[in-house]
Design a protein around this ligand. Structure first.
Ligand code: SF4
Length: 528
């Protein structure tokens, strides 16, 4: 099913000019895959998952991948998306595979298909239209809102799915044959052949996670394939540390949906730095729980000794130790992010995050004592059982952290800054909160307003908040069934989200503000 490239006006030249591939990738191969990230180049290239698939496709015999993004240069010329590698249009490819980590990007995915000339719904596609594949975290949370648009959902790690996908694409004559073949393979949900909302499937469809045994073997460590300054982690070589999380916070999909906590061997992580060194001296260690790698201290120290400036994505509060902070600071780090989630010990225990404020404040002192000057603290409002006292406790906690910031910073003459990032609870599939209703907008508004006012009154403290509309939209597209297709399509075709939420108000209300009972519609997948 591979097709030949066309030439066209170059729109990605400035991006290509500053790309530093960690190794050489072949082009002009017999088979080519369109690999798309439904957000800007900068966001897509910051995704280690996306970079990993790009590398794995090139490692497959006879295959290369060409990247597509929404927004940015590649979308500007006549509105037609073109690939970064050869400026080819989407319709030149036998398959477009999307990596999707955030449900809000569904609309961008549909816009990319629309602008690329691919019929939106799979029922409208012809046999020789591209096969539309969706992989990444969203495929295995609740694929149903996208089930009218996507031919094949790839459930799990690319390492376990690409071989089947690429051989079907190379060997089958058309789109329908590819879909039929993949429907019989483990790890694929193919809406034309599986009907989770109608008759029961004989067996649940299984997500094929990267296992601990695979991670312990060579060749399974995701690292950046192409380093570029045009990403959120400018010029960093990213290395994955682990998967899952040792904690079980009740709202968190990353821990319930990604399997048991497991980590990559230190040896592979340190060896990978040699590959990165050819293009950069900056490394970013990423995972949901970076600090819980059993040898995090050694890895950070050795990376620093090898001449790298190192940063980490996020650290669980108990994993903040001298052993982690000292090498991070020495390597140039000045900012740390923690997620207390709520201000009171009581509510944090109810979330299954039994970390008392006392411990958090000790860790905050340690952070500022090491010389870090920026602290980001993430909180959630709208949690089950939350009272106004819990909400006000967030401000008390922020005030206590600020006191420590001053106590540690003033004598040194460098007073830093604390930022509060406020999210609204999205009751996600596969978490213990999956049946919860989202809190009513009026009470969320009150809570957010109290926090905004209180935080603004604290010097050296800033706050950013998720909008309630964004939270409603996210909850809707996380939990809805396939009838969400109409809503998503309208938004993709130009209706704004606020208007869509009004127009489909009853439908949205039913999904978002109702406690769910009985069998949940996404339980046709076996995940976690
Ligand atoms: S510590 Fe973070 S990643 Fe781990 S379960 Fe809690 S929220 Fe999720």
């Amino acid at each position: 099913m591979g097709k030949r490239p066309r030439t066209g006006k170059s729109t990605w030249t400035p991006h290509r000019a500053v790309e530093r591939p960690v190794r050489r990738f072949l082009s002009g191969t017999p088979y080519r895959l369109a690999l798309a990230y439904p957000a800007s180049y900068e966001v897509g290239m910051s995704s280690l998952g996306f970079q990993r698939v790009y590398e794995l496709v090139h490692e497959a015999d006879g295959w290369s991948a060409e990247r597509f993004f929404t927004g940015g240069a590649g979308m500007s010329a006549l509105g037609m998306p073109r690939s970064v590698e050869s400026e080819a249009p989407l319709t030149d490819f036998g398959c477009v595979a999307f990596s999707v980590s955030f449900e809000e990007d569904y609309v961008h995915l549909l816009q990319l298909l629309l602008r690329g000339g691919v019929p939106l719904r799979w029922r409208e596609r012809r046999r020789d239209d591209p096969v539309v594949v969706l992989g990444g975290a969203c495929a295995a949370i609740n694929p149903l809102p996208m089930a009218e648009f996507v031919d094949v959902f790839a459930l799990g790690a690319a390492e376990n799915l690409l071989a089947d996908l690429l051989s079907a694409l190379a060997e089958e004559k058309d789109r329908e044959a590819v879909c039929e073949r993949l429907a019989s393979r483990p790890g694929f949900f193919v809406p034309a052949f599986h009907d989770p909302e109608g008759a029961d499937l004989p067996d649940k469809l299984r997500k094929l996670e990267l296992t601990a045994a695979q991670m312990a073997a060579p060749g399974h460590l995701p690292t950046t394939a192409v380093v570029t300054e045009r990403t959120e982690f400018a010029s960093k070589f990213l290395v994955e540390m682990s998967r899952g999380c040792p904690e079980k916070c009740r709202y968190c999909w990353a821990t319930f949906g990604m399997g048991k906590f497991r980590w990559h061997p230190t040896q592979y992580i340190l060896e990978s730095l040699e590959r990165g060194r050819s293009v950069t001296d900056e490394v970013g260690f990423v995972a949901t729980a970076v600090g819980d790698h059993p040898e995090i201290g050694r890895i950070l120290t050795e990376a620093h000794q090898a001449g790298f400036r190192a940063a980490v994505s996020s650290i669980r509060i108990p994993a903040v130790t001298d052993e982690v902070l000292a090498p991070l600071y020495a390597a140039g780090g000045r900012s740390i992010t923690l997620a207390p989630e709520t201000g009171s010990d009581r509510l944090r225990r109810a979330l299954n995050k039994p970390i008392p404020n006392e411990l958090l404040l000790e860790k905050v002192r340690l952070i500022f004592r090491h010389g870090f000057h920026h602290l980001k603290l993430y909180f959630i409002v709208g949690l089950p059982g939350e009272t106004m006292d819990d909400v006000e406790a967030i401000l008390t906690l922020a005030g206590d952290c600020r006191k420590i910031l001053l106590e540690e910073g003033v004598p040194r003459g460098t007073v830093g800054h604390i930022h509060l990032g406020l999210n609204v609870l999205i009751p996600k599939p596969y978490t213990p909160y999956q049946r919860e209703a989202m809190e009513e907008a009026s009470s969320l508004k009150r809570k957010i307003s109290v926090l905004r006012k209180g935080a603004t009154a604290l010097p050296n403290v800033s706050i950013s908040t998720m909008s309630i509309r964004q939270a409603v939209w996210q909850t809707y597209v996380s939990r809805a069934g396939s009838d969400a297709a109409d809503v998503l399509e309208e938004v993709a075709r130009g209706m704004n989200v606020a208007a869509a939420l009004r127009r489909y108000g009853e439908r949205v209300h039913e999904e978002v503000y109702r406690e769910l009972a009985g069998t949940l519609r996404w339980h046709f997948l076996r995940t976690g």
